[in-house]
Design a protein around this ligand. Structure first.
Ligand SMILES: Cc1ncc(COP(=O)(O)O)c(C=O)c1O
Ligand SMILES: Nc1ccccc1C(=O)C[C@H](N)C(=O)O
Length: 563
């Protein structure tokens, strides 16, 4: 067992391992010790007192379970999930802060079973869902959103559900819910316009002409990036185009773009048009990576293998951080590293990743990224999108489209003939930024920040795990009685976020229609998938339980009709 990190001693720096006693530890915890150390190599591994090797990145403190180490104690599921010391208490906060060490040492279902045992209730029972909700430190956040009722929805059947009851919203992967604070934010912008007319451009609370200054700190936090490297502008696909215009610089030797075989159509169309604009045929310039025969998700090793074999002909690697169809989260750090080593530019479409999974764009060394904010970030339909350009590209002198908002803010109104292009991502802006859209992102980011990504991810781990547990228990393929629902999203929790994608033994459209009639909001994607995405900010364990109960009713109906 190493007592030192490569290049630095940690023995003797044990004064900060404050959590030791509470976590039944028998030796100093490397993670706790390292928290006090300033200068560290960028990536290194250490033993942790929680029974795992932890891989740390400088300052991010991200720990990844790597397996057990002899002699160190892995917490039992009971230790991992129990002893929270009361909802909202200090212990509970620590509990969530330490979720990587504790929670990720087990599968969600191990933890859920253990919790149910502790409470003396059936893990499949509604009572258990209610207990989980009672203990959920994020439970109050639901009240901050407009949660739709059955009676408000177009597709519900009043005979089949109570109009006054809240619907079961499983669609945060498509469109997040409206925060109540959004109304006030929009009103402020409208009122400022009404009251001050052109004066609104430079008047608080949200000066229209400077509104792209706002929210950068919080947005940077959500994607793991310096605030100066992120910006709100345009729509997602527009941003993808603007970034590719600059980062896709094909040469006769290196001209391909690597994408997922099943990439989101808008991304594909954008890349097709980009290669065509440069005079290439999509068949020769778009390189696709696919799942293996009989599999649904793409193996990291297969992406790496393409990079090894074809890396020197690839100009840009551009994948979805979380795949929209399967819900698979890519190993963005590993792929980015390998692609950059192969000399490629690396961009991520984070539409389904932002606000869903932890992101570390700066640490991973990503070149560029873009995302919409209307899914897990709850900024409203058609909300303004985000873009990221790594700081190392600040001095980059490649042609890109310009407008007056590409100009440095301090000389913008000098009205010169030539554009004094702002460094980095700011230079990619073209038009002035719409405050009506920015204020909505601000409303949501503030809630996000209060909830905290760590706590959201910790809840997500259990909430989606609970959905998985119920689906497997009721509709798993070993339930030979059929009908069945098959989850195609990876079981490995490091490879997914909120969403599970399901395939059914019954016609998808029929199942979807019947669910909608009963107040379930979820979506289907052709050819074959239903996406269910409980969002930890506003979904409850009871929502998940109600969803599976209604799904069984629908299955029963389909079975009867098929007979
Ligand atoms: C992965 C992905 N890419 C692109 C888009 C299209 O986004 P927009 O219409 O904002 O350009 C979406 C949907 O929002 C998406 O999920
Ligand atoms: N903006 C929309 C407008 C209408 C219908 C769907 C959308 C979506 O955002 C779909 C989402 N991007 C998806 O992952 O399928």
């Amino acid at each position: 067992m190493a007592n030192s990190v490569k290049g630095m001693e940690w023995v003797g720096r044990t004064s900060v391992h404050h959590t030791l006693k509470e976590q039944h530890l028998s030796r100093p915890c490397a993670l706790c010790v390292v928290q006090s150390v300033q200068a560290l190599p960028s990536v290194f591994t250490l033993p942790s007192c929680h029974g795992d090797v932890i891989k740390l990145k400088h300052h991010t403190m991200e720990a990844e379970t790597q397996g057990n180490i002899t002699g160190l104690k892995k917490p039992t599921p009971a230790e991992a999930i129990g002893n929270r010391g009361g909802v909202g208490g200090e212990m509970e906060k620590k509990h969530y802060n330490n979720y990587h060490q504790n929670w990720k040492a087990h599968t969600p279902s191990e933890l859920l079973w253990e919790k149910a045992n502790q409470q003396g209730v059936e893990v499949l029972s509604e009572e258990f869902a209610r207990i989980m909700d009672k203990e959920d430190p994020l439970r109050e956040f639901r009240k901050r959103f407009s949660y739709p009722k059955n009676g408000n929805l177009d597709d519900t059947d009043p005979e089949l559900c109570d109009a006054e009851q809240e619907s079961i919203y499983m669609c945060g992967n498509s469109l997040g819910l409206k925060p109540h604070s959004a109304d006030q934010r929009v009103k402020e912008v409208i009122d400022s316009w009404g009251n001050k007319a052109v004066g609104t451009h430079f008047s608080p609370p949200l000066p229209a002409g400077l509104c792209d200054r706002y929210g950068r700190e919080l947005l940077g936090k959500v994607v793991g990036a310096d605030p100066s490297t992120v910006v709100l502008m345009n729509g997602l696909t527009v941003n993808l185009h603007l970034l590719l215009l600059s980062f896709y610089q094909p040469t006769p030797q290196r001209y391909k773009i690597l994408i997922e075989g099943h990439s989101f159509p808008s991304d594909r169309y954008a890349m097709v048009s980009q290669v065509e604009l440069r005079g290439y045929k999509p068949e020769e310039a778009l390189l696709e990576v696919h799942p293996r025969e009989g599999e649904h998700t793409i193996r990291t090793e297969d992406v790496l293998s393409v990079l090894r074999k074809e890396g020197d002909s690839i100009a840009v690697v551009c994948l979805g951080g979380v795949q929209y169809y399967t819900g698979q989260k890519f190993d963005m750090g590993t792929i980015t590293k390998a692609a950059r080593e192969a000399g490629c530019m690396v961009g991520w479409d984070l539409a389904h990743a932002v606000g869903n999974v932890p992101l570390h764009l700066d640490d991973w060394g990503v070149d560029f990224a873009c995302w919409c904010t209307y899914k897990y970030l709850n900024s409203g339909p058609g909300g303004i999108s985000g873009a990221y350009v790594n700081k190392r590209h600040e001095g980059r002198d490649t042609p890109h489209l310009k407008g007056w908002w590409s100009n440095c803010e301090d000389t913008r109104f000098d009205m010169k003939k030539t554009c004094d292009v702002a460094p980095g991502v700011d230079g990619f802006r073209i038009s002035n930024t719409p405050p009506l859209l920015v204020c909505l992102v601000l409303a949501s980011l503030e809630i996000f920040d209060e909830a905290g990504m760590d706590r959201l991810v910790a809840k997500q781990f259990l909430l989606t795990g609970y959905l998985e547990l119920l689906i497997k228990a009721y509709f798993g393929s070993d339930q030979v009685k059929s009908p069945s629902a098959k989850i195609i999203t990876p079981e490995d929790t490091n490879q997914r976020g909120c969403q599970l994608s399901l395939m059914f033994s019954f016609p998808l459209q029929k199942v979807h229609r019947e669910l909608s009639k009963r107040g379930v909001q979820c979506d289907i994607r052709k050819p074959n998938v239903m996406r269910i995405a409980p969002a930890p900010l506003y979904n409850s364990f009871l929502d998940v339980h109600r969803f599976t109960t209604i799904l069984s009713q629908v299955f029963e109906l389909c079975k009867t009709e098929a007979a």
